[in-house]
Design a protein around this ligand. Structure first.
Ligand code: ACO
Length: 448
């Protein structure tokens, strides 16, 4: 099997969103904190008629239709999500309705969850399945779906919501370089959801930032080692055309790329020029621990990395800056942004991705791109993603309305016996929406 990877992709995000600039003013934060400080433009959120189940049904239906894929041809379906609704009943089982209708109930796979990493676990499972002896010739389908909401406070502007679907198979335009892959997994309490009565996580923001960067360093070091062993030469950031990061907010992505640059300096890569060497010199004797605490290093490396950031990272930031943290879907929305922005020039190029899920689990892996053909071509994927039009047709709500919605959802979370407003005025045709939850907590959806 050649070029196993992503054949097709689609994204759905709620039409309801709030501008970070107005949220900043509403929250009484200093001007520029959310927009420049966090680097975010806008944040999508689910209104009371949408949730992770409805978004995933919307995006799967849309992908199958737009790429004309017969639902009978799906042999494995995996969902990544950290938004728990029925706890023991997977979101995957909800999606089975789409396949049952066509008489296809022979589909392996369930949900994977560990914070923002579940989507990557699902994706790696599907790729491994297609590459394995148990593959039956059918497609894999991966769905990442999350609604990220935080309690009032500094983490609230780092929410977001979306669902992404990816079709997996051989001869893909977005192929895995499966040998180039490294993980870092460890036990920490940086972000978790111990309170089952609340949708909000318990989060240690500062710790989560450091854990993210430490995991990035560890994955990158292992990744470089494996690459060197297999390719017989040193890996540096000049060996990939794009770097795509899990994107809780854009500032962390800027810091991440700068950190890779600093790693190349400490690894003594020939790609690091004299200007960069001079800038990094004062920090060459820092211990690992000190390097995470040094604000001066952070500033210097961001400055050094800026020109390359604009080329190798900025094209991935479109959707995450406009939608916010989509948890499991964040990394793949960033990948979708590169495909959307650069589809015409990606043939033969390499994209390195970094997936992070608090708790913690993380993997760095590599993709090699080719034009592809027919519906499964980069140009067709870009036109299905249709990012600009989807973003522009959204409805900006006032921060007051956003806060009011979250208040309502706090009451609705884990509740039974209620009906929603069934207000679908903002939803595009074909969108699934929640109509009611009955006395046995069973949920009911309709399609606009
Ligand atoms: N103008 C410009 N920049 C500003 C302004 C301003 N007026 N005010 C603050 N800033 C900058 C700060 O300097 C800082 O940038 P820096 O780190 O480059 O110095 C940035 O804005 C954020 O300000 P902080 O004071 O650090 O923000 P705070 O601590 O209030 O919250 C945090 C940020 C911790 C990220 C919070 O939003 C959070 O907890 N989010 C959820 C956790 C998270 O997303 N972690 C990431 C990995 S885990 C995951 O994906 C869930």
């Amino acid at each position: 099997k050649k070029d196993v990877g992503i054949l097709a992709m689609d994204i759905y995000f709620p039409p309801t969103c709030v501008l970070q600039e107005s949220l900043e003013a509403h929250d009484g934060a200093s001007k520029g904190k959310y927009t420049i400080g966090l680097g975010q433009d806008c944040m999508a959120f689910c209104s009371e008629v949408e949730d992770v189940i409805s978004m995933s049904m919307t995006v799967v239906t849309s992908l199958l239709k737009k790429y004309k894929v017969d639902p009978k041809l799906i042999g494995r379906l995996e969902v990544g999500s950290e938004t728990v609704i029925d706890k023991s009943k997977s979101i995957k089982t909800w999606l089975m309705q789409i396949f049952e209708e066509c008489g296809n109930t022979d589909i392996e796979g369930v949900d994977s969850s560990n914070a923002c990493y579940g989507g990557t676990a699902a994706l790696l499972n599907c790729v491994n399945w297609v590459e394995s002896n148990s593959w039956d010739g059918r497609y894999g389908l991966v769905v990442c779906t999350d609604s990220a909401v935080y309690a009032e406070g500094p983490a609230r502007p780092t929410g977001g919501a979306a669902a992404i679907a990816m079709l997996i198979g051989p001869n893909a335009p977005i192929a895995f370089e499966s040998k180039y892959k490294a993980s870092h997994m460890a036990h920490v309490y940086d972000f978790y959801k111990p309170d089952l009565a609340s949708e909000y996580p318990v989060v240690d923001g500062k710790l989560s930032q450091t854990c993210y960067l430490m995991a990035l360093d560890s994955c990158y070091r292992q990744f470089c080692k494996k690459y060197e062993k297999l390719a017989g030469k040193k890996f540096s950031i000049s060996d990939a055309d794009y770097f795509v990061f899990h994107s809780p907010y854009n500032k962390l992505v800027q810091k991440s790329f700068a950190r890779l640059y600093y790693n190349d300096f400490t690894r003594d890569c020939s790609s690091v020029d004299n200007y960069a060497k001079e800038k990094f010199q004062p920090f060459s004797n820092l211990t690992g621990e000190e390097s995470y605490q040094s604000r001066d290093l952070e500033k210097a490396s961001q400055q050094v990395a800026k020109p390359l950031y604009d080329i190798k990272v900025q094209p991935s930031t479109l959707l995450p800056k406009q939608i916010g943290n989509m948890y499991t879907a964040s990394l793949y929305a960033a990948l979708a942004s590169v495909l959307y922005n650069k589809h015409a020039s990606l043939d033969g190029q390499r994209i390195v991705l970094f997936s992070y899920g608090s708790g913690l689990t993380s993997t760095m892996f590599s993709l090699k791109l080719n034009h592809g053909q027919g519906p499964f071509s980069l140009s067709n994927i870009a036109s299905v993603l249709n990012a600009t039009e989807k973003l522009e047709s959204r409805h900006m709500t006032l921060p007051e309305k956003f806060v009011e919605t979250l208040k309502l959802m706090e009451h609705r979370y884990g509740a039974k016996d209620f009906e929603t407003s069934k207000d679908t005025s903002l939803l595009p045709p074909g969108t699934f929406y929640l109509t009611r939850v009955d006395s046995m907590y069973r949920r009911f959806y309709e399609r606009k």
